[in-house]
Design a protein around this ligand. Structure first.
Ligand code: THU
Length: 131
């Protein structure tokens, strides 16, 4: 289902806001994620790093965790903001795939505000599933 320009713009603003809250003193690479859930809520996540580098939590997975803790499990869309509009890492793709393959993933360049749209099928064809 395609979102209205208005919804995409609200989601983009939210992802950029979440990026501002990132805790990334080690990589200096701030990422913000904003989920538009089935209920219409906008749910934020940002990356949270640690002095023990391997413990870094990605923005996307933080947002998914908050969504689940709110009692929701359906996404209508997710927007992810970073410098260069990077694609989600492999672990985040698998976690996103857990909650459906039928929603758009908007990647936002926080410097230019350019946006591109990916599908989950583009990001993770043949996602692992327990049969
Ligand atoms: N990061 C994310 O938040 N999401 C991704 O999909 C890839 C990477 C974060 C983790 C780390 O804090 C920083 O970006 C640099 O890898």
């Amino acid at each position: 289902m395609t979102l209205s320009e208005d919804d995409i713009s609200r989601l983009t603003t939210a992802a950029l806001q979440a990026q501002q809250r990132a805790y990334a003193p080690y990589s200096q690479f701030a990422v913000g994620a904003a989920i538009l859930s089935a209920s219409g809520a906008i749910i934020l996540g940002c990356n949270v790093e640690n002095a023990s580098y391997g413990l870094a939590m990605c923005a996307e997975r933080c947002a998914i965790g908050t969504m689940v803790a709110r009692g929701e499990s359906k996404l209508r869309a997710i927007a992810i903001a970073s410098v260069g509009a990077v694609t989600p890492c492999g672990a985040c793709r698998q976690v996103l795939a857990e909650f459906g393959m039928d929603y758009p993933v908007y990647l936002i360049d926080s410097q230019t505000h350019e946006r591109c749209e990916w599908s989950m099928e583009d990001l993770l064809p043949g996602a692992f599933r327990l049969s």
